[in-house]
Design a protein around this ligand. Structure first.
Ligand code: FES
Length: 367
């Protein structure tokens, strides 16, 4: 069977729109039988939804994590996919999702992508995993925890989640279900930042200091096989520092950042001796081409002018959809909130954040 085309979009019908909280919904998308292998996903991956604004407006793409469990490796691909969408103030796509999308609508959906994943088949049978999430950061972790606990009867999962209030907490029922189904293997701690103790839940901010004292009381930190941190930048950074302070190796920590302050990146980092223009050779879905890169332009934009099917979603260094391997030449990345250190060391870059340093650069989107 042919591998699904990297970054390809297909029209999928919305099967249901469920309100989760006042400011979040879950969209369930139906996958037609002939596309089920294309939409086979690993727990933790995301989908990019695309909308061309009415009256010739610009195309908008947004990435949303899949919350439904992944299909088993030896069964068919998923019949349905569910994603969580939190309303962002002024957010074009999330407002559209909240106000307009209804069951029966057809959305343009990219095949699953992302490397914030845990494949249950590769996890040790009695692995002990943990996640620290904030707000909508629960979405991919819900899929990771549900898929692991279902596939590995001896595995354990500890979820530490923070939100503003109980009413604003996404997927309360789904998380409660995991607790009911796996009482001995699923551990849940909820911390609410804007609610006092009457809810019976711990309150306050889940920052580095809090985590440094909370985590050793909850679980045997040195024995945890893998950590999944997902949510706003500040929370993920605080959790990463807390784990570092507790002696957790960085290779055991996986991160996905959901919101980054929109600091405008500089066109070219100080000190870079980039040529005014360069040329990029890019391989995408088995076909290669060579095109000029204009002054200040990213490699992704240079490729997109010639190959509209180049994969991207956020163009902000966050989602990782535009990951490419540098075959030859040198590039400079402006910002990277998506690739792990091992990936950049292995030669991967984010094309949306990369500018040529050498006159000729060759990248490969297919690796
Ligand atoms: S498109 Fe999202 S990181 Fe490049």
């Amino acid at each position: 069977m042919a591998a699904p085309r990297h970054g390809a979009f297909h029209p999928l019908t919305v099967a249901a729109v469920d309100r989760l909280t006042d400011d979040s919904v879950a969209l369930t998308l139906r996958v037609p039988e002939e596309l089920r292998e294309d939409y086979r996903h690993a727990p933790g991956q995301h989908l990019t939804l695309r909308r061309t604004a009415p009256e010739g407006g610009a195309e908008v793409r947004r990435t949303y994590s899949i919350c439904s469990p992944a299909p088993s490796a030896d069964g068919p691909g998923p019949e349905q996919l569910r994603v969580g969408v939190r309303l962002v103030e002024g957010g074009e796509f999330s407002t559209f999702a909240h106000k307009e999308i209804a069951a029966g609508d057809v959305l343009e959906v990219m095949v699953p992508a992302g490397r914030f994943t845990l494949e249950p088949t590769t996890a040790p049978a009695s692995g002990h995993y943990a996640a620290i999430v904030g707000g909508s950061g629960i979405t991919p972790v819900l899929s990771i925890a549900a898929s692991l606990l279902a596939a590995r009867p001896d595995a354990r999962f500890c979820l530490v989640r923070s939100d503003r209030t109980a009413a604003s907490t996404m997927f309360l029922e789904e998380v409660a279900d995991l607790k009911d189904r796996y009482p001995a293997r699923f551990q849940l701690v909820t911390v609410l930042s804007r609610e006092e103790q009457e809810s019976g839940l711990p309150s306050g901010r889940l920052d580095e200091e809090r985590l440094a004292s909370l985590l050793p009381a909850l679980l045997p930190v040195p024995e945890v096989t893998g950590w999944f941190l997902c949510g706003p930048y500040g929370l993920v950074q605080g959790a990463e520092r807390a784990l570092g302070g507790l002696g957790v190796a960085r290779t055991r920590v996986h991160e996905e950042i959901f919101h980054v302050e929109d600091t405008a990146p500089t066109a070219r980092p100080a000190g870079a001796t980039a040529p005014a223009t360069g040329r990029v050779t890019a391989r995408l879905d088995g076909r290669s081409g060579t095109w000029p890169v204009q002054d200040g332009e990213s490699l992704l934009d240079a490729v997109l002018r010639n190959r509209a099917d180049a994969p991207y979603a956020c163009k902000g260094g966050v989602c990782g959809t535009c990951r490419a391997f540098v075959v030859s030449g040198e590039v400079r990345m402006e910002r990277n909130f998506a690739l792990e250190a091992e990936e950049t060391e292995a030669g991967f870059v984010l094309a949306c954040q990369s500018h040529p340093v050498t006159e000729e650069v060759e990248i490969d989107f297919d690796r």
